[in-house]
Design a protein around this ligand. Structure first.
Ligand SMILES: Cc1ncc(C[n+]2csc(CCOP(=O)(O)OP(=O)(O)O)c2C)c(N)n1
Ligand SMILES: [Mg+2]
Length: 278
């Protein structure tokens, strides 16, 4: 897996882009009265490094055969994906606003691969994105193609049995071109992950499934870059990066709360956020 980066932004520039993406998520969620703000903000720093540094992609040639594939398996964070794609030049912000979560719009609240070439897989039914990604990674091996597959999954999503079936499958097939990033924000839709269905000891589970494992702070751009730059973590195993994140990152009153999952921002809250950013 050679390095094929097509965008080499400095850490400072990446931090600026990550803040812009957070603002876009917040503004769009407010204007369209949408939920899942916390789930989208949670992945914003990871998405920034992926799309502005790691992934071999070209918005002008979204179907080029050697492109890396990215799948947002926790599809309810679609707004985080759309905001990143807009900033990366796949479409304009106005296009996003006109089409997201409105009657007749192209972008639903969960990704649909039929509406845009840059969306590699539909998702929303938790668990499936990872198995689709493993299939793509195996296909690359069979067809001798040189692309990597990156998949973001949620911690609550790991309650799905199919995640662990895929974990076995990927290790068995030595899919070193499969890179999973887990958005370990400690929350799912109705409670703390440790209370609903505990995952710990999480790192040990992946090690036991024969994956290469790293743990990082999922909001520290420098740390994300350092770790994504050294992928793959092993020449013959799939990789998982356990990224410790905060649900609702960037909105102090929603950070690390259950409310950040379903809450819609009010006008007063939006004003409070804007004054904080200024
Ligand atoms: C198969 C399936 N079951 C239930 C749901 C409903 N659901 C949507 S989001 C969510 C919680 C997911 O938690 P997590 O993966 O930790 O994502 P986060 O919101 O924390 O980013 C659930 C249970 C679903 N989308 N798919
Ligand atoms: Mg979670």
């Amino acid at each position: 897996m050679e390095k094929k980066n097509n965008s080499r932004l400095s850490i400072r520039d990446l931090k600026r882009v990550a803040e812009d993406i957070k603002r876009t998520i917040i503004k769009t969620a407010f204007l369209t009265k949408s939920q899942h703000i916390g789930s989208s903000l949670s992945i914003s720093d990871l998405m920034t490094v992926l799309y502005f540094r790691t992934l071999n992609i070209d918005p002008l040639k979204p179907k080029k055969t050697d492109r890396d594939r990215f799948i947002l398996s926790k599809g309810h964070a679609a707004l985080g994906l759309y905001a990143t794609l807009a900033h990366r030049g796949f479409f304009t912000y106005n296009y996003l606003l006109k089409n997201f979560n409105v009657d007749g719009g192209k972008f639903g609240t969960h990704p649909d691969m039929d509406v845009l070439a840059g969306i590699e897989s539909s998702s929303g039914s938790l668990g499936y994105g990872l198995s689709i990604g493993a299939g793509m990674a195996l296909a690359a091996k069979i067809n001798r193609e040189n692309y990597n597959v990156y998949v973001i999954i949620g911690d609550g999503e790991c309650n799905e049995g199919i995640i662990w079936e895929t974990a076995l499958f990927a290790a068995h097939n030595r899919l070193n071109n499969l890179i999973v990033i887990i958005d370990y924000n400690g929350w799912q839709a109705f409670g703390r992950t440790k209370d609903v269905m505990n995952l710990e000891p999480f790192r040990d589970k992946w090690l036991a499934f024969n994956w290469a494992v790293y743990e990082i702070d999922g909001h520290n751009i420098k740390e994300i870059v350092k770790n994504l730059d050294k992928l793959p973590l092993s020449p013959d195993k799939p990789s998982i990066i356990i990224a410790h994140t905060k649900k609702g990152k960037g909105i102090p009153f929603l950070e690390d709360t259950l409310e950040s999952h379903y809450h819609c921002l009010s006008k007063e809250e939006m004003e409070k956020i804007i004054s904080g950013y200024n």
